[in-house]
Design a protein around this ligand. Structure first.
Ligand code: SF4
Length: 226
């Protein structure tokens, strides 16, 4: 199957009852600011070209961000922060991401989430992560011919990604290296970078800054030749 076919399949998934209920409840209750909008309320597929050299692995859609807009990191403060950095280092066509159809494109970069439905408190369970894992594995398998770097935003994504890479034959060390901001793994022709998640909490406490994210993205872009 192609990446477009995978995207079409994933949006029909209802394998996690708790997350299906949560994503649909958010669409019914809505935030007042979005009261006139139709929420996506389905799994959010990856975003970016099928021949991407760089993947960005996040956590999961937020209830009123990507679960509303249907596009990764689109419509919430994490996305606002991330797209500004992506644009600054030349990986996004514009610094803002508001809705499908806003003209934004990613350059050589594909965003993927290890859990594709919005979870309560942005916290998927390990069981939900495991249930969703086959979608991540399938997406990375399709990207593999061109994929040369991955930027992982946060420990959850790191813990989700490494077993998938190991199962797909990349030489992930055992025991698995710990997540950290600035952690780098070279797995054959793939380089994996750890970066603190761009959550509002991390941004507000200055655990992660615009400069820190730009630095990781620049290193990853260099590896891929972007
Ligand atoms: Fe399906 Fe993943 Fe959503 Fe669970 S989180 S319902 S496996 S798409």
């Amino acid at each position: 199957r192609s990446l477009a076919e995978l995207d079409a399949e994933v949006i029909g998934c209802r394998a996690c009852p708790r997350l299906v209920a949560w994503r649909e409840q958010a669409a019914r209750t809505k935030r007042p600011a979005f009261a006139d909008q139709e929420y996506w309320a389905r799994p959010v597929p990856g975003f970016g070209p099928a021949d991407a050299a760089l993947a960005i692995v996040g956590l999961a859609p937020s209830a009123h961000g990507a679960n509303r807009t249907g596009r990764m990191f689109t419509g919430d403060p994490s996305g606002d922060f991330l797209f500004r950095a992506l644009h600054e280092v030349g990986l996004a066509s514009q610094p803002t991401s508001t809705a499908i159809g806003d003209g934004l494109s990613l350059i050589g970069t594909r965003m993927v989430a290890p859990v594709r439905c919005a979870p309560p408190e942005n916290k998927p369970t390990p069981a939900e992560r495991n249930t969703c894992r086959h979608w991540l594995a399938a997406e990375l398998d399709l990207l593999r011919p061109t994929l040369r770097a991955v930027v992982v935003l946060g420990a959850f994504g790191w813990q989700a990604l490494l077993p998938v890479l190991a199962d797909a034959g990349w030489p992930v060390p055992s025991p698995r290296p710990a997540f950290g901001h600035g952690a780098v793994l070279q797995l054959d022709d793939l380089r994996v970078f750890g970066c603190y998640h761009v959550s509002p909490r991390n941004v507000q406490t200055h655990r992660v800054t615009h400069a820190m994210v730009c630095e990781v993205l620049t290193s990853a872009a260099k590896v891929t030749g972007l």
